[in-house]
Design a protein around this ligand. Structure first.
Ligand SMILES: [Zn+2]
Ligand SMILES: [Zn+2]
Length: 255
């Protein structure tokens, strides 16, 4: 399976997962044109899209849906509560025949997908554990914390796509209103670099070869700050750490 984070952060999120027979996105916060250009940067064509899975209804995760449905008719896998929370103009852009309102695990082509509940100020925020052949990838986007009860289910993935949103000092230095800072730091906000590293330290096993850090804040984080913090807590020379940014796609990662 190929994994490419096309971009991530508060201005848009989209990750492509591709097996020889199946292509899908997790989240769709970029337009069709933007996605095509980002794929071209990595010598990939945007000729096929079987499905889109949504983590939650915040606009940076769904804004590209109307544009995508003008060109493709992928199945949309979305929880019922998240679908109900979408803005009307987004719902209207999705043909009913494409809707898959799931309540439990499901399959897209040759990939088995198990949703898990995370903690974020949205109606029903989810992460996904995905299995292809005998390999596993965990995708966890916006979440204020990762409950310990999930550790057993999430440990030992080969690849993690994991939020690492902010550095606390940089966040407090921003001009943002205090209530917004509180929201970000809170249990239904986002993961700091340190929180992200502490959770991953519990989940990583010998087979884990790559972590792709996503949703780094452009104002309250830098790749440099994130890396420094992660290296304090995760000491593993074999582990490849990739940092997704807002404007550039990552390299293609193989599961
Ligand atoms: Zn977000
Ligand atoms: Zn969000």
């Amino acid at each position: 399976m190929k994994i490419i984070v096309l971009g991530s952060g508060s201005k848009g999120n989209c990750t492509m997962y591709q097996t020889p027979t199946t292509t899908f996105f997790i989240d769709c916060g970029f337009s069709h044109r933007d996605i095509r250009l980002r794929l071209e940067q990595r010598q990939m064509e945007f000729d096929r899209l079987d499905a889109i899975i949504i983590t939650h209804e915040h606009i940076d995760h769904v804004s590209g849906l109307p544009s995508i449905y003008k060109f493709h008719q992928p199945m949309l896998y979305i929880s019922t509560k998240t679908y109900q929370s979408l803005a009307t103009y987004i719902k209207q852009a999705i043909p009913t025949s494409c809707l898959k309102l799931f309540e439990a695990e499901f399959e897209i082509g040759d990939v088995f997908i198990e949703p898990f509940e995370v903690s974020h100020d949205a109606s029903h925020p989810l992460g996904y554990r995905m299995t292809h052949q005998s390999k596993c990838v965990v995708h966890s986007a916006d979440t204020g914390y990762v409950p310990r009860r999930l550790f057993e289910q999430l440990q030992g993935a080969d690849v993690y796509v994991f939020e690492s949103n902010y550095d606390p000092e940089l966040l407090l230095d921003t001009d943002r209103p205090f209530t917004l800072k509180q929201r970000i730091i809170g249990n239904s906000g986002h993961l700091s670099n340190e929180q992200s590293a502490l959770v991953l330290r519990e989940l990583i096993r010998d087979n884990t070869h790559t972590v792709i850090f996503i949703h780094l804040s452009q104002e309250a984080n830098t790749v440099h700050h994130a890396k420094q913090t992660h290296q304090q807590f995760i000491v593993n020379e074999k582990l490849c750490c990739v940092y997704s940014t807002q404007d550039e796609p990552t390299e293609v990662i193989l599961l």
